[in-house]
Design a protein around this ligand. Structure first.
Ligand code: COA
Length: 176
């Protein structure tokens, strides 16, 4: 089934379908509203990193990466990306679409010059794509979270070398 899947940057024609995919996948509106809110924040939104999976012109998946900062002990900010949220329509899950969205997103992010990505998520899933516990770089979440679910990946060699500190998410995440 997944051979017919197309992965591409979203357009404004996808906005309502992206809302629906997030709503269906999470069983609530919070993440769908988060995507809408982040899209309206030009400081953190990167259009190329709001990516959809389509099948026969139906939007079946979505992934979003937004800009975040890692603030070190000196108060200096280091730019990174947060992978969140990601959603696949329930009837299309477990077919590898999520994996395709992640790989494409990491490739596009690297091409745009980003050095790293942070994710809060399933500890057995994201390591398949190269994510490792962020504590390896002494990068911490802004809230209490088990260390194995807060992960990071370097998009380029040494992309996180000498970068440590606390992640600051865009304010839009506070409402989720
Ligand atoms: C997470 C999600 C996007 C993965 O999409 P997908 O197309 O099913 O992903 P894939 O087919 O590439 O991989 C499926 C695998 O990921 C695992 N997985 C990923 N995230 C998971 C999670 N949050 N909880 C449980 N399992 C998860 C599945 O169990 C499955 O494992 P397997 O390959 O060992 O069977 C999809 O399951 C979804 O929309 N879930 C609801 C929303 C959500 O939790 N999003 C992530 C948090 S932002």
């Amino acid at each position: 089934m997944t051979e017919r899947i197309n992965i591409r940057q979203e357009t404004k024609d996808d906005f309502s379908a992206v809302f629906e995919v997030n709503h269906l996948a999470f069983g609530q509106d919070s993440e769908a509203k988060l995507v809408d809110a982040l899209r309206n924040n030009p400081v953190v939104f990167v259009p190329e990193l709001s990516i959809v999976a389509t099948e026969s012109n139906q939007t079946v998946g979505h992934i979003l990466f937004t800009k975040i900062n890692i603030i070190d002990d000196q108060g200096e900010a280091h730019e990174s990306l947060a992978l969140a949220p990601m959603a696949v329509r329930p009837e299309f899950q477990k077919c590898g679409i999520g994996g395709q969205l992640i790989r494409k997103g990491l490739e596009v992010a690297k091409g745009l010059g980003f050095q790293s990505v942070i994710v809060l998520g399933h500890e057995h899933y994201y390591p398949k794509f190269g994510f490792e516990p962020a504590e390896k770089w002494n990068i911490k979440a802004p809230f209490e979270v088990p260390s194995n679910v807060f992960m990071a990946i370097e998009l380029v060699k040494d992309g996180l070398k000498n970068i440590s500190g606390r992640v600051v998410y865009p304010k839009e995440f506070e409402t989720v």
